[in-house]
Ligand binder design. Structure first.
Ligand code: SAM
Ligand code: DTB
Ligand code: SF4
Length: 326
């Protein structure tokens, strides 16, 4: 087994990993996990939707798309004071990173300035910051970097081949370009995808191949299990086999040995045993708090108990941040 980061993964090599007997696969991924991280530490982020609903994009999984009739109430950009209050609460509950999400195709210059004030205020609380605002151009990414932003989240979501079945209003290439601007600006990249949208195993392998073979692998890789939302085209689709979800986490860990793999949306549908299996397979980050963006997440009390039962601890600072400080 090797620790070396590779950016030349071939599809057939990834499919071989997916096809391994389950125990062989998670033994391999756990070994790599242990070589790179403390397996009992978990990085904790809390999410806040700073601008909800009425999004012009047509992502077929999303409660916030104006194309989907989900009954979600649209909200204006949240005032700064409310954002600071939410970040303080997240910090006192033990989150080390605060992630702010806006339902935009891309931010306007005026709205970006408002988000920048939020980033600066959250940084002043000594928390890591992350935002997800849709597509960015080069100068917007540089502006965010100047504000002290630590991470930008922009998911590839699925394979390039399946992508068109899920979203038609922006292309895979658009997403890769945003990731390029974020990387070039020197902001840490958070990029992953969603499973359980009707994609094949090959699509899951292709998504991971795209992420792993980026010029530099994302520092953070959220793996979401689709949260089915009434009024979206993906509501009612067959659920993914939980073991297939764990396999995908394991393969992500093997391909991206030094990235944080985040067990993201979908945890309310998972039992504790499955989440423990995900941690064993290599997930070492999660969203903490009652809400994701518009849907529920297991509450802090539940997660705190889960950590206690598993002897796991919340990480104070991510590896990247502590390395940057030294
Ligand atoms: N509007 C921005 C964008 O799409 O880039 C940022 C917010 S968007 C909600 C962030 C990510 O959340 C999406 O790329 C998708 O991967 C994930 N997501 C959204 N709705 C989801 C759902 N119902 N289930 C699982 N993941 C979801
Ligand atoms: C990510 O990959 N998952 C988070 C975060 N990045 C922004 C969002 C999950 C959203 C789940 C559905 C909702 O709450 O609306
Ligand atoms: Fe808009 Fe993001 Fe939802 Fe797509 S995922 S509809 S871009 S908020």
């Amino acid at each position: 087994m090797t620790n070396k980061i590779r950016n030349n993964w071939k599809l057939n090599e990834i499919e071989v990993l997916f096809n391994l007997p389950f125990n062989d696969l998670i033994y391999q991924s756990h070994t790599i996990h242990r070589e790179n991280f403390d397996p009992n530490q978990i990085q904790i982020s809390t999410l806040l939707s700073i601008k909800t609903g009425a999004c012009p994009e047509d992502c077929s999984y999303c409660s916030q798309s104006s194309k989907n009739n989900t009954g979600l109430e649209r909200e204006q950009l949240m005032p700064l004071t409310e954002v600071i209050q939410a970040a303080k609460e997240a910090k006192s509950n033990g989150a080390s990173r605060f992630c702010m999400g806006a339902a935009w195709r891309n931010p306007t210059e005026k709205s970006l300035d408002k988000v920048i004030a939020m980033v600066e205020a959250v940084k002043a609380l000594d928390m890591e910051t992350c935002v997800t605002l849709g597509m960015l151009n080069k100068s917007q990414a540089l502006k965010l970097k100047d504000s002290g932003l630590d991470y930008y989240n922009h998911n590839l979501d699925t394979s390039p081949e399946f992508y068109g079945e899920v979203i038609t209003t922006r292309t895979y290439q658009d997403r890769l370009e945003t990731l390029h601007h974020v990387r070039e600006a020197g902001i840490n990249v958070c990029s992953g995808g969603i499973l359980g949208m009707g994609e094949t195993r090959r699509d899951r392998a292709r998504l991971l191949q795209e992420l792993a073979n980026l010029p530099k692998q994302p520092e953070s890789v959220p793996i979401n299990d689709l949260v089915q939302i009434k009024g979206t085209p993906l509501d009612g689709i067959d659920k993914l086999d939980p073991f297939e979800f764990v396999r995908t986490i394991a393969v992500a860990r093997i391909l991206m040995p030094k990235s944080y793999v985040r067990l993201s949306a979908g945890r309310t549908e998972m039992n504790d045993e499955m989440q423990a299996l995900c941690f064993f397979a290599g997930a070492n980050s999660m969203f903490y708090g009652e809400r994701l963006l518009t849907t529920d997440n297991p509450g802090e009390t539940h997660d705190q108990l889960l950590f206690q039962r598993l002897g796991m601890n919340k990480e104070v600072l991510s590896k990247q941040t502590s390395e940057a400080m030294n």
